[in-house]
Design a protein around this ligand. Structure first.
Ligand code: FES
Ligand code: FES
Length: 165
């Protein structure tokens, strides 16, 4: 007997229905069940932050969260941060591009989602605060200097919380 059931999830401001087993993790449901592949799979064990999404506004490792526990919660993925204007970038994405915060870009969605949560809470963070907030995110290629610069740049321009807040 299958224990799969249909979940009703609120994702990026829309109600979505998706079938999930009781042990399905949110990361798999987002990527494979709903086609939201902006959220990346890295370590699968809660150490890299590639899979970060916002759950009720707070960053979480979606590889450690059971999808069944996400009903009646507000889920925001990197796709949900994009402006409605096609081709437009989120202010943090613009800052990433301007500072060179991405090389392969694999880690960028997780960093940007985490930075968005920080800037909603603290629109003018210190460098120390930015580094603390991003301490659960790993980047294998760019190095952290440009990533931290990107967050500070978005904050300085007051652009970090324009979208998705
Ligand atoms: S894939 Fe979830 S923290 Fe690395
Ligand atoms: S830009 Fe490649 S892992 Fe961060």
């Amino acid at each position: 007997m299958t224990r799969t059931r249909i979940l009703r999830l609120k994702i990026n401001g829309h109600e979505r229905e998706v079938a999930a087993e009781p042990n399905a993790i949110l990361l798999d449901v987002l990527r494979e069940g709903l086609g939201l592949t902006g959220t990346k799979r890295g370590c699968d064990m809660g150490t890299c932050g590639c899979c970060n999404v916002l759950l009720d506004g707070r960053p979480v490792n979606s590889c450690l969260v059971l999808a069944w526990d996400c009903e009646d919660r507000e889920i925001t993925t990197i796709e949900g941060l994009l402006p409605e204007d096609p081709g437009a970038l989120h202010p943090l994405q613009e800052a990433w591009a301007e500072t060179g915060g991405s090389q392969c870009g694999f880690c960028s969605p997780g960093f940007i989602v985490t930075a968005e949560a920080l800037l909603r809470e603290d629109p003018e963070p210190t460098e120390t605060r930015v580094r603390e907030a991003l301490s659960g995110n790993l980047c294998r290629c760019t190095g952290y200097k440009k990533i931290v610069e990107a967050v500070l740049k978005a904050a300085r321009s007051g652009r970090g919380v324009e979208v998705g807040s």
